[in-house]
Design a protein around this ligand. Structure first.
Ligand code: F0G
Length: 346
Protein backbone atom coordinates (compact mmCIF):
# COMPACT_ATOMS: atom_id res chain seq x y z
CA UNK A 1 0.00 0.00 0.00
CA UNK A 2 1.07 3.61 -0.52
CA UNK A 3 1.42 4.79 3.07
CA UNK A 4 -1.51 5.01 5.47
CA UNK A 5 -4.32 2.71 4.26
CA UNK A 6 -7.34 4.46 5.82
CA UNK A 7 -9.08 3.46 9.05
CA UNK A 8 -10.77 0.23 7.88
CA UNK A 9 -7.55 -1.46 6.85
CA UNK A 10 -5.53 0.16 9.66
CA UNK A 11 -7.87 -1.34 12.29
CA UNK A 12 -9.37 -4.25 10.39
CA UNK A 13 -9.91 -6.55 13.39
CA UNK A 14 -12.07 -3.89 15.08
CA UNK A 15 -14.20 -3.23 11.99
CA UNK A 16 -17.57 -4.82 11.09
CA UNK A 17 -16.53 -5.02 7.43
CA UNK A 18 -16.56 -8.42 5.69
CA UNK A 19 -13.40 -9.57 3.92
CA UNK A 20 -15.03 -9.54 0.49
CA UNK A 21 -16.31 -5.95 0.76
CA UNK A 22 -14.74 -3.37 -1.54
CA UNK A 23 -13.28 -0.81 0.87
CA UNK A 24 -14.31 2.75 -0.03
CA UNK A 25 -11.54 4.89 1.42
CA UNK A 26 -9.99 8.28 0.74
CA UNK A 27 -7.08 7.65 3.13
CA UNK A 28 -8.87 9.06 6.19
CA UNK A 29 -7.43 8.90 9.71
CA UNK A 30 -3.77 8.78 10.67
CA UNK A 31 -4.13 12.43 11.67
CA UNK A 32 -1.47 14.30 13.67
CA UNK A 33 -1.48 14.25 17.47
CA UNK A 34 0.54 17.34 18.21
CA UNK A 35 2.06 18.33 21.54
CA UNK A 36 0.85 21.85 22.41
CA UNK A 37 3.72 23.64 24.21
CA UNK A 38 1.97 26.91 25.09
CA UNK A 39 -1.27 25.31 26.25
CA UNK A 40 0.74 22.82 28.28
CA UNK A 41 2.69 25.47 30.13
CA UNK A 42 -0.45 27.57 30.62
CA UNK A 43 -2.33 24.65 32.21
CA UNK A 44 0.64 22.96 33.92
CA UNK A 45 -0.16 19.58 32.33
CA UNK A 46 0.76 17.83 29.07
CA UNK A 47 -1.70 18.84 26.34
CA UNK A 48 -1.95 17.19 22.93
CA UNK A 49 -4.17 18.26 20.03
CA UNK A 50 -5.67 15.67 17.69
CA UNK A 51 -6.03 17.59 14.43
CA UNK A 52 -8.93 16.06 12.56
CA UNK A 53 -8.88 18.92 10.07
CA UNK A 54 -6.14 16.92 8.34
CA UNK A 55 -8.68 14.35 7.09
CA UNK A 56 -9.47 14.16 3.35
CA UNK A 57 -12.58 16.34 3.54
CA UNK A 58 -11.27 18.35 6.48
CA UNK A 59 -13.16 16.82 9.40
CA UNK A 60 -13.43 13.69 11.59
CA UNK A 61 -16.59 12.67 9.73
CA UNK A 62 -14.44 10.85 7.17
CA UNK A 63 -13.60 8.14 9.74
CA UNK A 64 -17.21 7.09 10.04
CA UNK A 65 -18.15 7.74 6.45
CA UNK A 66 -15.63 5.25 5.05
CA UNK A 67 -17.38 2.48 7.01
CA UNK A 68 -20.94 3.68 6.35
CA UNK A 69 -20.37 4.06 2.60
CA UNK A 70 -18.35 0.85 2.26
CA UNK A 71 -21.23 -1.10 3.82
CA UNK A 72 -23.95 0.83 1.94
CA UNK A 73 -22.25 -0.17 -1.30
CA UNK A 74 -21.69 -3.75 -0.12
CA UNK A 75 -25.37 -4.06 0.77
CA UNK A 76 -26.45 -2.81 -2.63
CA UNK A 77 -27.68 0.68 -1.75
CA UNK A 78 -28.12 3.11 -4.64
CA UNK A 79 -28.47 6.32 -2.64
CA UNK A 80 -27.43 7.61 0.77
CA UNK A 81 -28.98 10.44 2.73
CA UNK A 82 -27.98 12.55 5.73
CA UNK A 83 -28.97 15.65 7.65
CA UNK A 84 -26.02 17.86 8.40
CA UNK A 85 -24.68 21.07 9.85
CA UNK A 86 -22.12 20.79 7.04
CA UNK A 87 -19.27 18.37 7.68
CA UNK A 88 -21.27 15.16 7.41
CA UNK A 89 -22.67 16.40 4.11
CA UNK A 90 -19.18 17.09 2.75
CA UNK A 91 -17.96 13.63 3.82
CA UNK A 92 -21.04 11.85 2.50
CA UNK A 93 -20.73 13.66 -0.83
CA UNK A 94 -17.05 12.76 -1.22
CA UNK A 95 -17.30 9.07 -0.23
CA UNK A 96 -20.50 8.57 -2.24
CA UNK A 97 -18.74 10.03 -5.28
CA UNK A 98 -15.91 7.50 -4.83
CA UNK A 99 -18.41 4.65 -4.43
CA UNK A 100 -20.59 5.70 -7.35
CA UNK A 101 -23.62 6.22 -5.11
CA UNK A 102 -26.05 9.11 -5.15
CA UNK A 103 -25.77 11.33 -2.07
CA UNK A 104 -28.65 13.48 -0.86
CA UNK A 105 -27.93 15.92 1.96
CA UNK A 106 -30.40 17.99 3.98
CA UNK A 107 -28.96 21.16 5.45
CA UNK A 108 -30.43 24.02 7.49
CA UNK A 109 -30.72 26.96 5.11
CA UNK A 110 -28.46 29.87 6.10
CA UNK A 111 -26.64 28.03 8.89
CA UNK A 112 -23.86 26.06 7.31
CA UNK A 113 -20.35 27.38 6.81
CA UNK A 114 -19.46 28.43 3.26
CA UNK A 115 -16.65 25.92 2.76
CA UNK A 116 -18.89 22.99 3.70
CA UNK A 117 -21.65 24.05 1.32
CA UNK A 118 -19.06 24.44 -1.45
CA UNK A 119 -17.68 20.96 -0.71
CA UNK A 120 -21.04 19.17 -0.79
CA UNK A 121 -21.87 20.83 -4.11
CA UNK A 122 -18.51 20.34 -5.81
CA UNK A 123 -18.35 16.63 -4.84
CA UNK A 124 -21.69 16.34 -6.62
CA UNK A 125 -24.23 15.72 -3.84
CA UNK A 126 -27.87 16.65 -4.26
CA UNK A 127 -28.04 19.43 -1.69
CA UNK A 128 -31.48 20.19 -0.27
CA UNK A 129 -31.62 23.32 1.88
CA UNK A 130 -34.55 23.17 4.28
CA UNK A 131 -36.43 25.99 5.97
CA UNK A 132 -35.71 24.51 9.36
CA UNK A 133 -32.81 23.61 11.63
CA UNK A 134 -30.62 20.49 11.88
CA UNK A 135 -32.95 18.76 14.34
CA UNK A 136 -35.86 19.06 11.91
CA UNK A 137 -33.66 17.83 9.04
CA UNK A 138 -32.70 14.75 11.07
CA UNK A 139 -36.37 13.98 11.81
CA UNK A 140 -37.06 14.01 8.08
CA UNK A 141 -34.03 11.82 7.40
CA UNK A 142 -35.29 9.24 9.93
CA UNK A 143 -38.60 9.17 8.01
CA UNK A 144 -36.74 8.83 4.70
CA UNK A 145 -34.78 5.91 6.15
CA UNK A 146 -38.00 4.13 7.06
CA UNK A 147 -39.18 4.21 3.45
CA UNK A 148 -36.30 1.79 2.71
CA UNK A 149 -35.31 3.51 -0.54
CA UNK A 150 -32.21 5.21 0.87
CA UNK A 151 -29.49 4.37 3.41
CA UNK A 152 -29.09 6.86 6.25
CA UNK A 153 -25.46 7.83 6.89
CA UNK A 154 -25.98 10.02 9.94
CA UNK A 155 -24.46 8.73 13.18
CA UNK A 156 -27.79 7.04 14.02
CA UNK A 157 -26.25 4.50 11.62
CA UNK A 158 -24.03 2.51 14.04
CA UNK A 159 -21.42 1.96 11.31
CA UNK A 160 -20.50 5.65 11.61
CA UNK A 161 -19.63 5.14 15.28
CA UNK A 162 -17.53 2.07 14.41
CA UNK A 163 -15.38 4.17 12.11
CA UNK A 164 -15.11 7.17 14.42
CA UNK A 165 -13.90 5.07 17.36
CA UNK A 166 -10.56 4.74 15.51
CA UNK A 167 -9.66 8.24 16.71
CA UNK A 168 -9.26 6.77 20.20
CA UNK A 169 -7.13 3.90 18.87
CA UNK A 170 -4.76 6.34 17.17
CA UNK A 171 -4.38 8.40 20.34
CA UNK A 172 -3.51 5.36 22.46
CA UNK A 173 -1.16 4.07 19.76
CA UNK A 174 0.62 7.46 19.65
CA UNK A 175 0.89 8.08 23.40
CA UNK A 176 1.48 4.46 24.36
CA UNK A 177 -1.37 4.82 26.86
CA UNK A 178 -4.78 6.43 27.18
CA UNK A 179 -4.73 10.10 28.26
CA UNK A 180 -6.16 10.94 31.67
CA UNK A 181 -8.63 13.46 30.18
CA UNK A 182 -10.23 13.62 26.75
CA UNK A 183 -11.78 16.98 25.76
CA UNK A 184 -14.26 16.99 22.89
CA UNK A 185 -16.98 19.19 21.39
CA UNK A 186 -20.52 17.76 21.56
CA UNK A 187 -23.20 18.40 18.95
CA UNK A 188 -25.24 15.40 17.88
CA UNK A 189 -23.09 13.46 20.39
CA UNK A 190 -21.97 10.69 18.04
CA UNK A 191 -18.28 11.47 18.38
CA UNK A 192 -18.06 11.39 22.17
CA UNK A 193 -19.99 8.11 22.03
CA UNK A 194 -17.53 6.75 19.45
CA UNK A 195 -14.38 7.79 21.34
CA UNK A 196 -15.68 6.23 24.54
CA UNK A 197 -16.37 2.99 22.67
CA UNK A 198 -12.88 3.07 21.15
CA UNK A 199 -11.10 3.62 24.45
CA UNK A 200 -13.21 0.82 25.97
CA UNK A 201 -12.40 -1.67 23.21
CA UNK A 202 -8.68 -0.94 23.42
CA UNK A 203 -8.74 -1.48 27.18
CA UNK A 204 -10.73 -4.73 26.85
CA UNK A 205 -8.18 -6.23 24.50
CA UNK A 206 -5.22 -5.14 26.62
CA UNK A 207 -3.87 -2.37 24.40
CA UNK A 208 -4.28 0.15 27.23
CA UNK A 209 -4.57 -0.21 30.98
CA UNK A 210 -6.75 2.81 31.77
CA UNK A 211 -9.59 4.96 30.46
CA UNK A 212 -9.74 8.76 30.20
CA UNK A 213 -12.33 10.98 31.82
CA UNK A 214 -14.55 12.12 28.95
CA UNK A 215 -14.98 15.91 29.04
CA UNK A 216 -17.66 16.97 26.54
CA UNK A 217 -18.52 20.58 25.72
CA UNK A 218 -21.64 21.97 24.09
CA UNK A 219 -22.10 25.59 23.03
CA UNK A 220 -24.05 27.55 25.65
CA UNK A 221 -26.87 28.41 23.21
CA UNK A 222 -27.13 24.79 22.09
CA UNK A 223 -26.64 22.85 25.32
CA UNK A 224 -29.60 20.45 25.68
CA UNK A 225 -27.60 17.77 27.51
CA UNK A 226 -26.29 20.26 30.06
CA UNK A 227 -29.78 21.69 30.58
CA UNK A 228 -31.44 18.28 30.59
CA UNK A 229 -34.03 19.30 28.01
CA UNK A 230 -34.42 19.74 24.27
CA UNK A 231 -33.50 23.24 23.05
CA UNK A 232 -36.12 24.13 20.39
CA UNK A 233 -34.15 27.00 18.79
CA UNK A 234 -30.46 26.33 19.38
CA UNK A 235 -28.03 29.06 18.40
CA UNK A 236 -24.26 29.49 18.41
CA UNK A 237 -21.47 30.89 16.25
CA UNK A 238 -20.22 27.29 16.11
CA UNK A 239 -22.79 26.24 13.49
CA UNK A 240 -21.40 22.68 13.35
CA UNK A 241 -22.82 22.06 16.84
CA UNK A 242 -25.98 24.14 16.52
CA UNK A 243 -28.12 21.19 17.66
CA UNK A 244 -30.97 21.14 20.16
CA UNK A 245 -31.90 17.45 20.30
CA UNK A 246 -28.82 15.25 19.89
CA UNK A 247 -29.37 11.75 18.49
CA UNK A 248 -26.73 10.15 20.73
CA UNK A 249 -27.84 11.99 23.90
CA UNK A 250 -27.69 8.78 25.94
CA UNK A 251 -24.28 7.89 24.57
CA UNK A 252 -22.90 11.22 25.73
CA UNK A 253 -24.39 10.83 29.20
CA UNK A 254 -22.99 7.31 29.47
CA UNK A 255 -19.50 8.39 28.34
CA UNK A 256 -19.39 11.21 30.88
CA UNK A 257 -20.83 9.28 33.83
CA UNK A 258 -19.05 5.95 33.30
CA UNK A 259 -15.70 7.72 32.87
CA UNK A 260 -16.10 10.15 35.77
CA UNK A 261 -16.08 13.06 33.34
CA UNK A 262 -18.78 15.59 32.49
CA UNK A 263 -20.80 17.37 29.83
CA UNK A 264 -20.56 21.13 30.26
CA UNK A 265 -21.01 24.22 28.12
CA UNK A 266 -18.85 27.06 26.81
CA UNK A 267 -20.03 30.46 25.59
CA UNK A 268 -19.54 31.74 22.04
CA UNK A 269 -17.07 34.25 23.49
CA UNK A 270 -15.03 31.44 25.07
CA UNK A 271 -15.20 29.42 21.84
CA UNK A 272 -13.91 32.33 19.73
CA UNK A 273 -11.17 33.14 22.25
CA UNK A 274 -9.94 29.53 22.10
CA UNK A 275 -10.25 29.58 18.29
CA UNK A 276 -7.92 32.57 17.86
CA UNK A 277 -5.62 31.35 20.67
CA UNK A 278 -5.11 28.04 18.84
CA UNK A 279 -4.14 29.84 15.64
CA UNK A 280 -1.82 32.39 17.26
CA UNK A 281 -0.23 30.23 19.97
CA UNK A 282 -0.36 26.69 18.59
CA UNK A 283 -0.48 27.41 14.83
CA UNK A 284 -3.59 25.31 14.38
CA UNK A 285 -6.48 26.74 12.40
CA UNK A 286 -9.57 24.77 13.36
CA UNK A 287 -13.23 25.62 12.96
CA UNK A 288 -15.16 27.30 15.78
CA UNK A 289 -16.98 24.14 16.95
CA UNK A 290 -13.64 22.36 17.29
CA UNK A 291 -12.34 25.07 19.60
CA UNK A 292 -15.09 24.20 22.10
CA UNK A 293 -12.83 21.41 23.38
CA UNK A 294 -9.98 23.82 24.12
CA UNK A 295 -12.41 26.45 25.47
CA UNK A 296 -13.48 23.75 27.92
CA UNK A 297 -9.89 22.91 28.82
CA UNK A 298 -9.07 26.58 29.44
CA UNK A 299 -11.66 26.76 32.22
CA UNK A 300 -11.02 23.35 33.78
CA UNK A 301 -8.54 22.78 36.64
CA UNK A 302 -6.63 19.55 36.27
CA UNK A 303 -4.46 17.59 38.70
CA UNK A 304 -0.68 17.75 38.20
CA UNK A 305 0.61 14.95 36.01
CA UNK A 306 -2.53 14.85 33.83
CA UNK A 307 -2.20 14.01 30.16
CA UNK A 308 -4.84 15.77 28.11
CA UNK A 309 -6.01 15.26 24.54
CA UNK A 310 -8.29 17.82 22.89
CA UNK A 311 -9.94 16.78 19.64
CA UNK A 312 -9.96 19.53 17.02
CA UNK A 313 -12.74 18.15 14.87
CA UNK A 314 -12.57 20.26 11.69
CA UNK A 315 -10.39 22.53 9.56
CA UNK A 316 -10.59 26.31 9.96
CA UNK A 317 -10.76 26.76 6.19
CA UNK A 318 -14.29 25.33 6.33
CA UNK A 319 -15.60 28.58 7.77
CA UNK A 320 -13.77 31.59 6.31
CA UNK A 321 -16.61 33.96 7.24
CA UNK A 322 -16.12 33.42 10.97
CA UNK A 323 -12.36 33.86 10.64
CA UNK A 324 -12.86 37.21 8.93
CA UNK A 325 -15.09 38.45 11.79
CA UNK A 326 -12.23 37.87 14.25
CA UNK A 327 -9.64 40.05 12.52
CA UNK A 328 -9.40 43.43 10.84
CA UNK A 329 -9.17 43.06 7.08
CA UNK A 330 -6.54 45.59 5.94
CA UNK A 331 -7.21 48.43 3.48
CA UNK A 332 -5.14 48.53 0.28
CA UNK A 333 -2.12 50.88 0.37
CA UNK A 334 -0.01 52.47 -2.39
CA UNK A 335 2.37 49.97 -4.02
CA UNK A 336 5.53 51.78 -2.90
CA UNK A 337 8.36 50.69 -0.60
CA UNK A 338 7.69 53.57 1.83
CA UNK A 339 3.97 52.96 2.09
CA UNK A 340 4.53 49.26 2.68
CA UNK A 341 7.23 49.79 5.34
CA UNK A 342 4.86 52.12 7.20
CA UNK A 343 1.88 49.78 6.82
CA UNK A 344 3.83 46.66 7.86
CA UNK A 345 5.40 48.40 10.87
CA UNK A 346 8.87 47.01 10.15
N1 F0G B 1 -17.15 19.47 15.49
C1 F0G B 1 -17.46 19.59 14.19
C2 F0G B 1 -16.53 20.34 13.31
C3 F0G B 1 -18.65 19.00 13.70
O1 F0G B 1 -18.95 19.11 12.41
C4 F0G B 1 -19.50 18.31 14.59
C5 F0G B 1 -20.74 17.72 14.11
C6 F0G B 1 -19.09 18.21 15.92
C7 F0G B 1 -17.92 18.80 16.34
C8 F0G B 1 -19.90 17.49 16.93
O2 F0G B 1 -19.83 16.10 16.76
O3 F0G B 1 -22.22 15.68 16.39
O4 F0G B 1 -20.63 13.82 16.88
O5 F0G B 1 -21.24 15.45 18.66
N2 F0G B 1 -21.19 17.87 12.95
C9 F0G B 1 -22.38 17.17 12.41
C10 F0G B 1 -22.51 17.46 10.93
C11 F0G B 1 -23.60 17.36 13.19
O6 F0G B 1 -23.63 17.40 10.40
O7 F0G B 1 -21.51 17.69 10.27
P1 F0G B 1 -21.06 15.20 17.20
Amino acid sequence: ALGWPGVIDAYRSFMPVPKDAEVITLGEGGTPLRFAPRLSSLKGVDVYLKFEGANPTGSFKDRGMTVAITMAKYNGARAVVCASTGNTSAASAAYAARAGLKSVVLIPSGYIALGKLAQALIYGAKVVQIKGNFDRALEIVRDLGETGVVTVVNSINPLRIEGQKTGAFEIVDALGAAPTHHFIPVGNAGNITAYWKGYGEYKSCGRSSSLPKMMGFQAEGAAPIVKGEVVPNPDTVATAIRIGNPASWNGAIAAASESGGSIDSVSDKEILAAYTYLAREESIFCEPASAASVAGLLKTDLPKGSTVVCVLTGNGLKDPDTAITQIEVPEAVEATLDAILTEAGI
